[in-house]
Design a protein around this ligand. Structure first.
Ligand SMILES: Cc1cc2nc3c(=O)[nH]c(=O)nc-3n(C[C@H](O)[C@H](O)[C@H](O)COP(=O)(O)OP(=O)(O)OC[C@H]3O[C@@H](n4cnc5c(N)ncnc54)[C@H](O)[C@@H]3O)c2cc1C
Length: 294
């Protein structure tokens, strides 16, 4: 399908892009990799008057680590992040999730900022960001604002970004010593969006769990943290029984949506299986890293 007629702007600096957003507000859409936006335009599900193409803004690209945080520029392509050794070493949960996004062709254009601004509740990166308490840096006419992941995702394809703000970078905390992670998902075919996904992270200190993080994709209109299960895990020693109880607590109160891919009950059963599987893998990985002194 052809795109509807739309005005096109191609700023080369963040300041210019923010000026255009402030001028056009809800009439404008930011164009990053286009992997979600272009299909929406073609299907007439989005009808912006102006496209603000941010592909030419060099300052939005790149990955850097400092003070316990990995900063990823919004226009960093998904495949660039996937191939980054720095991300693989310091944010293994993000590294595990990236290859599960669509296919190589999608990841070669799709961007980290695009996926997180789009906020599809079945997508991998929002789930990782929610599990790790990532920080979202946005720039608007009155300056910069840092939004915690818990306040970023507001609803289906909806974030707390204001119409005159550009997402410029996302900060992920780097994994501490003894941290093991796992990203699990069930999809109809490889490359499809997850029916249910799980981001899991466990930190072991002298054999006991000192930090636990679990977040689901596909279980609500936003990525969901399993706080009760996390509380249960902290202070305990990993075991099959503990992980079984964590799976029960993580899914007990959820009321996931039903669609043609699966009923609500099916999603809950899959989610419980993913918690058991994810915690097992995260614990094995944490043990390995603890033994290696990482
Ligand atoms: C066939 C196919 C399969 C896919 N499978 C998956 C999958 O399995 N998992 C998955 O997670 N994704 C999947 N995707 C989506 C893919 O990850 C997209 O790349 C991603 O969702 C959007 O990134 P983008 O850079 O292409 O953003 P765009 O499509 O350009 O933009 C998406 C939205 O975010 C806004 N936006 C983008 N950047 C910014 C910014 N810096 N500041 C403010 N707003 C911004 C845009 O205005 C738009 O509303 C798939 C896509 C396709 C076409």
């Amino acid at each position: 399908m052809k795109l509807p007629p739309v005005e096109y702007e191609a700023p080369t600096t963040v300041a210019e892009a923010v000026g255009l957003l402030a001028e056009h507000l809800d009439e404008a859409s930011v164009l990053a990799g286009g992997q979600s936006l272009i299909p929406l335009l073609a299907m007439r599900l989005a009808r912006p008057a102006v496209l603000i193409d941010i592909n030419g803004i060099d300052e939005l690209h790149g990955v850097s680590a400092a003070d316990g945080w990995m900063t990823v520029g919004a226009m960093t392509r998904e495949y660039v992040a996937e191939e980054s050794g720095a991300i693989g070493d310091a944010v293994p949960l993000l590294a595990a999730a990236l290859p599960l996004i669509g296919h190589e062709a999608i990841r070669s254009r799709g961007t980290i900022g695009g996926s997180l601004a789009h906020a599809d509740p079945a997508a991998e990166l929002p789930t990782v960001a929610r599990a790790l308490d990532a920080e979202f840096v946005v720039r608007g006419p009155s300056g910069e604002r840092v939004v915690p992941a818990a306040e970023w995702f507001e609803g289906y394809l909806t974030t707390s970004r204001r119409p005159d703000e550009l997402l410029t970078e996302v900060r992920f905390p780097t994994a501490g010593p003894g941290t093991g992670t796992s990203f699990q998902e069930v999809a109809r075919r490889h490359g499809d969006f997850a029916i249910v996904g799980l981001a899991a992270s466990l930190t072991l200190s002298q054999g006991a769990i000192s930090d636990a993080r679990l977040a689901f994709a596909g279980m609500s209109d936003v990525p969901v943290r399993a706080a009760d299960a996390e509380d249960l895990l902290i202070g305990e020693t990993p075991s099959a029984e503990l992980f079984e109880e964590a799976a029960r607590r993580a899914t007990g109160d959820l009321d996931p949506p039903a669609d043609l891919h699966g009923s609500s009950d099916y999603r809950k059963k899959v989610a419980a299986a993913l918690v058991r599987r994810g915690l097992r893998e995260a614990a094995d990985c944490a043990n390995y890293r603890a033994n290696e002194g990482q």
